[in-house]
Design a protein around this ligand. Sequence first.
Ligand code: FAD
Length: 406
Amino acid sequence: MPIKVDSSKCTGCGLCEKSCPFGAISIEDRAKANKPHPKFKKIAVISSACTLCGACVDVCPFGAISVTAEKKETDDIALYKGVWVIAETEGDEIHSVTFELLAKGRELADKRKTYLGCVLIGFGIRQKAEEIISSGADKVFVCDNKALEVFVDNAYVEGICGIIKKEKPEIVLLGATAIGRAIASRISGRLKTGLTADCTGLDIDHQGLLVQTRPAFGGNIMAEILTAYNRPQMATVRHKVFKPLSKDLSKRGEVIEFGLPENLKLQTKVKKFVEDVTQKVNIADADIIVSGGRGVGGPDGFKVIEEFASALGGAVGASRAAVDSGWIPYSHQVGQTGRTVCPKLYVACGISGAIQHLVGMQSSDVIVAINKDPSAAIFKVATFGIVADLFEAIPAIIGEIKKIRS
Ligand SMILES: Cc1cc2nc3c(=O)[nH]c(=O)nc-3n(C[C@H](O)[C@H](O)[C@H](O)COP(=O)(O)OP(=O)(O)OC[C@H]3O[C@@H](n4cnc5c(N)ncnc54)[C@H](O)[C@@H]3O)c2cc1C
């Protein structure tokens, strides 16, 4: 390990154990650790959970901990230009997260005064390049190859790494989908650069660096992460965090073909696809969502939420508190560890507005909050707030909807 504890200096005082944000340090008996010392009985032992953050090095009063890892910087940072989106395809269709990333990518590229590129990789997808250009891209890098007919991670990774090494984009964005997550980590590993997963915000700072915002330490803080010394700066973003641009059919762009490496060996063979039929509810696609939280009081309380959702023609969502209580299945959960949603209307009923819930719904067009506590945090993001008992407010609203409809 590139982090070492000097057993002649460590007193086993435990300050490093307390300072470690990852719980990677334990204070153990020297005899057990086979590190005898004439005076001290204990020693700090560092586990593989260590991220080399260096917090323990700074806190150790005896200079007993050292990190020997070298900082590997990208040599030619100034040569990296352009903001890229890696398009995701579903058969011969493009996943909507791609258009959302193109919208954010356009904004970032304009701030950096550079071009917006998009990698379109798959089979039978070449004709989609125009749609990508009309959605914001200036250049589309297309790799259309029979070997990519079904998703095989190493083929995608090799193809994308090849074109990144050649063209040197400064920023690369991917969807935080199953495919995006599978390839982003491998690409960043091969290119020896940083990757920030599940960003909820992206911007450019005064130095021109990508500011990657995401919840950290169990969602208790929103961290702003910079990849200062390596390129490209890579981030994944969940579906529905950003909004797509409306298409500009008059926009023109460049289409550049690229191929897979000649000696590519596929390490995986897909035998067959088995559809997952357990996910009956896809709240991520709903235009109207009515969500219930702990305030609904139990599984029966969700009947009122279902009735409200049905009156509005929407889907039912939930906070984690309601899901963890077993009142409603996980597939309904909205938030950091559930779904990210962006409906036209989001109604939060009996939900306090914890940050982990907000990151999953705050970009909804209109947010209505019903809560009996006027100081609930949900009101800070709500377009309209109703301070009331949900069991009184919801039947009254349903009654009004029925009156209008009749
Ligand atoms: C790592 C991590 C990940 C997490 N991920 C998620 C996530 O994905 N999604 C998520 O939602 N949470 C998540 N959480 C949990 C989050 O921190 C909150 O605990 C949770 O969102 C609270 O749910 P709630 O608002 O339903 O409950 P509470 O915070 O208990 O709020 C209940 C609200 O209901 C109101 N209320 C009570 N009775 C009524 C009534 N009759 N009428 C009207 N209002 C009423 C109360 O005033 C209160 O504001 C996560 C937490 C952690 C640490």
